[in-house]
Design a protein around this ligand. Structure first.
Ligand code: TYD
Ligand code: MG
Length: 457
């Protein structure tokens, strides 16, 4: 056997260094290097016998391609995000902050699969069987035929899996808790997480099971996990939401078998996660349209239209440097909007604190939300409420021009469905739809919006 060598492994990105340093040379994170024993590549990695030294042509594969098989889970929101259900032999990582609802979601998923006749195994390394059972009871799933084990020892888990070769779904909650006695490194370190993930993926591929790994994301990035495993798995999902809000968004950030722009919307309720079939209704639920500073954005998440309220508060600043704060919005994008409003429309926020909030705990990344945010800002600034039954969308460029947005028809249809009567939208852009009865105002420049808002009563 070769002598064990010591290396320093960055717990953030997995890079190795021969000696310790305060900062990782690869990802530039501080205090992430931890001494670990270098065991070399795990056995079995590398080329398989059949493909050794042989190249195949694409042409010879013609006709052999099948559509990726899918196992629909019965949780439509999850199926939407994954691109149609679980892919046998694939590995998914689901990341999210502690307490967001990962264990709840996966227990519900495991039961859903079990109820459809598939075998699902749930390994909990964080909770005792009793705790899992209590949660299952609370979720009304105590009767579900899910195989449960409180286990963190990799070899034991692999042995359990070998005894159940027909399992369709394998859940590991969480990957950070696993340890293998063939490695000296502590549980949660990159070496352990990587080795465990590799073995589990190999098992899943061999048996055509779907592997679902839970990974905690810490703010400091000290615990090895998602960053390193993200490269090893086929699909990476993030489960996010604001604490204090019941809404949870499932998002794919990497997906070998489907789109990455779809979201699944859930609501955390007393009896677990409830799927939200019409998120617009929910996000607009308790809206007070009569107050200045709120505008409804007609957005698109993936293929699904989603209406959300954007709230702005502009208040005189008591400080030399006024405050800017955002929730669910990008702060650089807010700075840009304020600069454009100042330079192109003559509306200066220099003496004001500015707060921008996306209602319901949603994070908006779509540039088309600019126009709605600008409307909310202008409305709060002037103290004039916007007309209540109006939606806004359109990207704003640095020149103040309002740019066309994708899928205008989808946004308008959803707005109409939810009872809105008018829309303020970009001047350019074809509307590929019939039957739109909304009153449309088409703007080419942000100045036109500023004039409209100041003229509001
Ligand atoms: P959990 O799934 O344990 O989160 P994670 O695995 O991501 O750490 O869920 C944690 C929170 O969800 C917990 O604070 C309680 C809440 N919760 C409910 O509100 N209703 C429920 O039915 C369940 C099971 C949990
Ligand atoms: Mg958990």
């Amino acid at each position: 056997a070769r002598a064990a060598k010591t290396v320093f492994v960055c717990q953030n990105c997995g890079a190795t260094a021969p000696r310790w340093a305060g900062k990782c040379a690869s990802c530039e994170e501080w205090n992430t290097l931890v001494e670990e024993t270098d065991t070399g590549p795990p056995p079995g990695s590398g080329l398989t016998k059949a493909s050794k030294g042989r190249a195949i042509t694409l042409e010879s594969l013609k006709g052999s391609s099948k559509r990726t098989p899918r196992i629909p889970t019965g949780l439509e929101e999850l199926d939407r995000v994954t691109g149609g259900g679980l892919v046998p032999g694939s590995a998914l990582l689901i990341g999210g902050e502690p307490g967001i609802g990962k264990s709840t979601l996966l227990l519900q998923l495991a039961s859903a699969i079990a109820q459809r006749g598939g075998r699902s195994l749930y390994f909990s390394g964080e909770e005792a069987i009793d705790q899992v059972r209590l949660r299952a009871e609370r979720l009304g799933l105590a009767e579900a035929p899910v195989g449960l084990a409180a286990e963190t020892h990799l070899s034991t888990i692999l042995a359990t899996l070998d005894a159940e070769p027909s399992a369709q779904l394998i859940v590991i909650d969480s990957i950070q808790t696993l340890w293998s006695d063939t490695l000296e490194a502590a549980p949660g370190t990159v070496s352990q997480v990587r080795a465990a993930t590799q073995s589990l993926i190999r098992h899943a591929k061999r048996h055509g099971a779907t592997l679902l790994l839970v990974g905690h994301v810490t703010k400091e990035g000290q615990i090895a996990g998602p960053k390193v495993i993200e490269h090893m798995v086929d699909t990476v999902l993030y489960f996010e939401g604001e604490s204090g809000h019941p809404f949870r968004i499932l998002r794919a950030v990497k997906n070998r078998f489907g789109p990455t722009d779809e979201i699944g919307v859930f609501e955390m309720a007393g009896e677990g996660l409830r799927q939200v079939k019409n998120p617009s209704e929910l996000f607009l639920g308790d809206r007070d349209a009569s107050a200045p500073g709120t505008a409804v954005f007609a957005g698109i998440e993936g293929t699904r239209p989603l209406l959300v309220e954007i709230q702005a508060l502009v208040a005189p600043s008591a400080l030399g440097t006024p405050r800017r704060a955002v929730v669910g919005w990008d702060s650089n994008r807010l700075s840009m909007l304020l600069a454009v409003l100042d330079a192109r429309c003559g509306v200066s926020f220099a003496q004001n604190d500015v707060y921008l909030n996306v209602a319901g705990g949603l994070k908006i990344t779509e540039p088309a939300a600019d126009l709605a945010a600008a409307a909310a800002l202008l409305s709060s600034f002037s103290g004039k409420p916007l007309p209540p039954e109006t939606v806004y969308f359109g990207e704003i460029s640095l020149s103040g021009a309002v740019r066309a947005a994708a899928n205008t028809a989808g946004r308008l249809k959803e707005s109409q469905k939810l009872g809105f009567s008018s829309a303020v939208i970009p001047a350019l852009g074809e509307i590929e739809a019939t039957g739109i009865s909304l009153d449309l105002s088409r703007l080419s420049h942000l100045k036109m919006l500023a004039e409209r808002v100041t003229a509001c009563d």
